[in-house]
Design a protein around this ligand. Structure first.
Ligand code: PBG
Ligand code: ZN
Length: 327
């Protein structure tokens, strides 16, 4: 077996062109999904303090951002809604005049090349901030299911290409699939947040989306961080119920999970680089401690190298623009 000095791995690293030629992982803007928070009103841009560059946007402003995303070659956009009213069951989630359906309609016209995703959960819409109606202190799984399905149908009818249930109720993918099909929405894609951990990394999101639980936490439905075999089980169950795509979330601290799911299911795998991952990079870069652009691309490369073909990321726009100029 030949070795040094005949073999010198450094040879393939000597120029940018060589490195690009042998790169095993490539990022492309078409993989990115840009998360957007939509609020009622017009001309509204409320900056989100913990997420530099991001703001709660009214529908007209979201449409402007969608055009920029489309021009940068980004593949998809996903909407989260901040509603006009909240109640015990989260009924504003399935209001066809709510922020998410209206944003989807606006983007269908403003940026028709984008794949339109709608997050499906009730925590932005319930008065208590939990992901469904409560039975005592925890979410009542079975009574949440028809409500989630109703919301998914409303988003599909507004023109969502993908509905993405993030609630982690058991059985919701099957119930949503049946409800969509009953309305003739056979072609609406379901991307299940199949593997969503009860994570401290969601902090900035909950400020942005106004979905901080008024008491307790989400540990009775979201996954426990130590588990990876359970992640495969969750993903396989959702595929069996009809999920077209499965998601792992958060991404960076769970790359082993991304890899494990990739190896054990055949559907495309998405990963969500969540708000806390984004905020940590921004915060360190803001202090000059790390090079923002380098770490941004490195963090995304790691997620794709682990096995995610689709990445939801708050860096979508900046990363897409950087990749464009790198060519
Ligand atoms: C709603 C939802 C959450 C995120 C996406 N959908 C928050 C949560 O579960 O509390 C988190 C995304 C992020 O942190 O960027 N269920
Ligand atoms: Zn939720």
């Amino acid at each position: 077996m030949s070795s040094f000095p005949t073999v010198r791995p450094r040879r393939l690293r000597m120029s940018g062109a060589l490195r690009r030629a042998v790169a095993e992982t490539r990022l492309h803007p078409s993989q990115f999904v840009l998360p957007v928070f939509v609020v009622p009103g017009e001309g509204v841009r409320n900056p989100i303090e913990s997420m530099p560059g991001h703001a709660q946007l009214s529908v007209d402003q979201a449409a402007i951002l969608a055009k920029e995303a489309e021009a940068a070659g980004i593949g998809s956009i996903i909407f989260f809604g901040i509603p006009e009213y909240k109640d015990e069951v989260g009924s504003s989630a399935w209001d066809p005049t709510g922020p998410v359906p209206r944003a989807i309609e606006a983007v269908a016209t403003a940026a028709p090349e984008l794949v339109r995703w709608a997050d499906v959960c009730l925590c932005e819409y319930t008065s208590h901030g939990h992901c469904g109606p409560l039975a005592g202190e925890i979410v009542d799984n079975d009574s949440a299911l028809p409500l989630l399905a109703q919301a998914a149908v409303v988003y599909a009818e507004a023109g969502a290409d993908v509905v993405a249930p993030s609630d982690m109720m058991d059985g919701r993918v099957g119930v949503i699939r049946a409800a969509l099909d009953e309305k003739g929405r056979n072609d609406t894609v379901i991307c299940s947040y199949a593997v969503k951990y009860a994570s401290g990394y969601y902090g900035p999101f909950r400020e942005a989306a106004g979905s901080v639980p008024s008491f307790g936490d989400r540990r009775s439905h979201q996954m426990d961080p130590p588990n990876v075999r359970e992640a495969i089980r969750e993903a396989q169950l959702d595929v069996a119920e009809g999920a077209d795509l499965v998601m792992v979330k958060p991404a960076g601290p769970y790359l082993d999970v991304v890899r494990a799911v990739r190896e054990r299911v055949e559907v495309p795998v998405a990963a969500y680089q969540v708000s806390g991952e984004f905020a940590m990079i921004e915060a360190a870069a803001g202090r000059g401690w790390i090079d923002r652009d380098r770490v941004m691309l490195e963090s995304l490369t790691g997620i794709v190298r682990a096995g995610a073909g689709i990445v939801l990321t708050y860096f979508a726009l900046d990363a897409a623009r950087l990749l464009e100029h790198a060519e």
